[in-house]
Design a binder for this molecule. Structure first.
Ligand code: ZN
Ligand code: ZN
Length: 347
């Protein structure tokens, strides 16, 4: 089969590799759509301790089950399935208690488990028994279903911040995650959503998600502006869906008393530490949290929200490439000219 192999840092090679061989406890998925994640780009250029080249990366996928081992009951031939990234080990405290994204081993597709930038992927016994493998209805396209993975991460982000009816929510960064967050926050009952984004292209797409206010932060005092828009109190919830330490600081500074801040977007290793007066948290009684990845339950929920049309992801897909143009696909992702870049391994 054709696969994109990361042979070393900065080196992605499209080549023929042997087809995966399945046993009685595994299944074979024909990969129809893979969207490129920001983490794929980071792995390619900076590496990751959980990825040992040569390796097939990629984890946001949807496809069709084409072969199943005789002991497999979770999926059957012909199933359209969406695949998530984080696979609980099933053994540790976190995995046994439904918080597998906190697992110390942190198995993931496209990391320790060969990924989906390939014509086929082997759904191993562990992936089938513990992982995010979710069948979906025909009305959902493969391209959309591949986005259940990041949507699941966004759901995890909102589950960490005491979201409920009537909350005011500020979302920093209107990339794909930020846009999904607007849709989710609205679905969960937010009455005021403020989106902050410096890029005009992203702002234009972000506006399709109908937040109540949009702010371009260039040259303005974002904290003051958000307070002004929330009756002087500050928002109930701040989500940072971007990778800037300054934004983490602004988020804590602006949140209202008893509010929640989710430092959702991770930062590079060489970024300076966040600067924060402990008393800001102390007097406000606010809660600062983070979130990472998702669990299979959230992936199932993501697929069902997409199937019901409750969250739209079509506006986020700005580019599509056949696998033969994988380098162009990654370049487009890195140029930040697009939002979600979907690769089709069968083309
Ligand atoms: Zn991802
Ligand atoms: Zn575990």
């Amino acid at each position: 089969m054709k696969a994109v192999v990361m042979e070393a840092l900065d080196k992605l090679v499209l080549k023929d590799v042997p087809d995966p061989v399945i046993d009685d406890n595994s299944a074979l998925m024909r990969v129809e759509a893979v969207s490129i994640c920001g983490s794929d780009v980071r792995i390619l250029h900076r590496g990751n301790p959980r990825v040992k080249p040569p390796a097939i990366i990629g984890h946001e996928a949807a496809g069709v089950v084409v072969k199943v081992g005789k002991n497999v009951t979770r999926v059957k031939e012909g199933d359209r399935v969406a695949l998530g990234a984080d696979v609980p080990c099933g053994q540790c405290y976190w995995c046994r208690n439904g918080m597998g994204n906190n697992c110390e081993i942190n198995y993931a597709v496209g990391y320790q488990i060969p990924g989906v930038f390939a014509e086929y992927m082997k759904l191993t016994q562990l992936v089938l028994e513990e992982g995010p493998v979710t069948p979906f209805a025909e009305r959902l396209s493969f391209d959309e279903a591949s986005l259940a993975e990041p949507l699941a991460c966004a759901i995890n982000g909102l589950e960490r911040v005491n979201m409920s009816l009537g909350k005011t929510v500020v979302i920093f960064g209107l990339g794909p995650i930020g846009c999904m967050m607007i849709g989710l926050a609205r679905t969960m009952g937010a009455t005021k959503i403020i989106g902050i984004e410096p890029s005009e292209m992203r702002m234009k797409i972000g506006k399709q998600y109908k937040a109540d206010e949009y702010i371009n932060p260039s040259g303005i005092d974002v904290v003051a502006r958000c307070r002004e828009l929330t009756a002087g109190e500050g928002p109930d919830i701040d989500i940072t869906a971007c990778g800037a330490v300054e934004v983490h600081e602004q988020a804590v500074e602006m949140v209202r008393h008893r509010g929640y801040v989710n430092l959702f977007g991770g930062l590079g290793k060489d970024v300076r530490p966040m600067s924060l007066y402990s008393n800001t948290v102390h007097y406000k009684e606010c809660c600062v949290t983070g979130s990472h990845g998702s669990v299979p339950r959230q992936h199932e929920l993501a697929v069902s929200l997409l199937e019901q049309g409750m969250i739209q992801v079509k506006p986020l897909i700005t580019h599509r490439f056949p696998i033969s143009e994988i380098h162009k696909a990654f370049e487009t992702m890195e140029s930040r000219d697009g939002m979600k870049i979907v690769v089709h391994p069968q083309e």
